[in-house]
Design a protein around this ligand. Structure first.
Ligand code: SAM
Ligand code: SF4
Ligand code: SF4
Length: 346
């Protein structure tokens, strides 16, 4: 096997010229919620077989792969799941990753229900940022969205605790389904802007196949922007960095910022620099991919870092995924098998 030598931290590029800059690591396929659009209880019931712990990447493997990805250009790591805070000793892993030379930013996406328990530990481990997913500020609507499992009160307490632990720029992501949880949008905006937390609305997407997504269920960002502007005028502001997925807006009255992630109506594939690693070690080039490449098998076959590195370069160089752009152009096959969100991570 030939090994390409590359200079440290020069990002590799895919076939559309997009650099590899971000790695999303799913550390856990299980979750303590059953959000109806992600892990509906009918399928993910008590008898559902999740991965055995021996089949998940262990911390040594995760560290090793992260170092390889960083060498190929990754600067930002996001730890996700399933529910990442269910992974035993997660803060040890976070501590290890923060010590990798070249990692500039490490964040977590969590449903927040265990955040009160771990916020201080996560801060001490060196975690930079937290994003909490919360789809409603109304207790009944919240229960409905989380499949009857979640406790709104505990999630809100977790967010407060994270702020007390010293996390700045906490973000809250809300997925809105038209006619399901769109009645309390303004109430949610009011709550979070009063706390200086950045709320971001995510358009409901056709990730996986289990949610039987229909375009009519997606509430377009522009409709939410209109609704909010009528109550509190907002204006667009510049992105923090090239390729930021959320369009940023600020309130005219100076009370903070709000964001919109419009993957359905305004896809951002041309700036997509993200690779994804499932908890059993499969590498995915796109959230809407059908198949991943089994990196855990390579580790277990005894491949060297150089070999793994050149194979990842080969995979990324060939990458041509741009599912959301093709969706907008009506060029996707609706019967395509896609990996599920809880498995690949958000
Ligand atoms: N359990 C953690 C959480 O909920 O934050 C991390 C994993 S979860 C899969 C990551 C994010 O994906 C959540 O914000 C969730 O709302 C979002 N998500 C899941 N399915 C989605 C869909 N079909 N469309 C848009 N966002 C989705
Ligand atoms: Fe769990 Fe997150 Fe999926 Fe909800 S969105 S079921 S919290 S993985
Ligand atoms: Fe990236 Fe795929 Fe999403 Fe496009 S559809 S932004 S390529 S993950």
């Amino acid at each position: 096997m030939t090994t390409k030598k590359i200079s440290y931290l020069t990002p590799i590029r895919d076939s559309l010229g997009r650099p590899l800059k971000d790695l999303r690591i799913s550390v856990m396929d299980r979750c303590n919620f059953r959000c109806t659009y992600c892990m509906p209880e009918e399928k993910y019931h008590s008898a559902f077989k999740f991965l055995a712990s021996k089949d998940r990447l262990n911390f040594e493997q995760l560290n090793r792969l992260t170092r390889i990805f960083v060498k190929l250009g990754v600067q930002k790591i996001r730890v996700t799941g399933g529910e990442p805070l269910l992974r035993v000793n997660l803060t040890d892993l976070i501590g290890d990753i923060t010590r990798i030379d070249g990692v500039e930013d490490i964040a977590i996406t969590t449903n927040g229900v265990l955040l009160s328990k771990y916020a201080y530990e996560l801060k001490a481990a060196g975690l930079n940022r937290i994003t909490v997913s919360l789809d409603s500020i109304d207790a009944d609507e919240f229960k409905l969205m989380t499949g009857g499992r979640g406790s709104l009160e505990r999630v809100l307490k977790g967010i407060d605790e994270a702020a007390m632990a010293g996390f700045k720029n906490i973000k809250v992501n809300a997925v809105i389904k038209k006619g399901v949880n769109d009645k309390n949008i303004l109430k949610m905006v009011e709550y979070f802007r009063s706390k200086s937390i950045i709320l971001r609305f995510i358009e409901y997407m056709d990730v996986g196949n289990i949610n039987h997504w229909q375009q009519e269920e997606t509430l377009a960002s522009k409709e939410i922007i209109k609704m909010i502007s009528e109550r509190w005028p907002i204006a667009p502001i510049n992105e923090n960095y090239q390729g930021e997925v959320a369009s940023r807006y600020q309130f005219d009255d100076g009370q903070g910022e709000i964001g919109f992630i419009s993957s359905v109506t305004k896809p951002f594939c041309s700036d997509c620099t993200r690779a994804r690693l499932s908890s059993d070690g499969k590498l995915y080039n796109c959230l809407f991919a059908s198949q991943g490449v089994d990196l855990r098998a390579w580790l277990e076959e005894g491949m060297s870092n150089d070999e793994i590195e050149s194979k990842i370069i080969e995979i990324w160089n060939k990458r041509e995924d741009r599912y959301s752009e093709l969706r907008l152009a009506n060029k996707n096959d609706p019967s395509k098998e896609k990996v599920e969100m809880y498995y690949i991570g958000g």
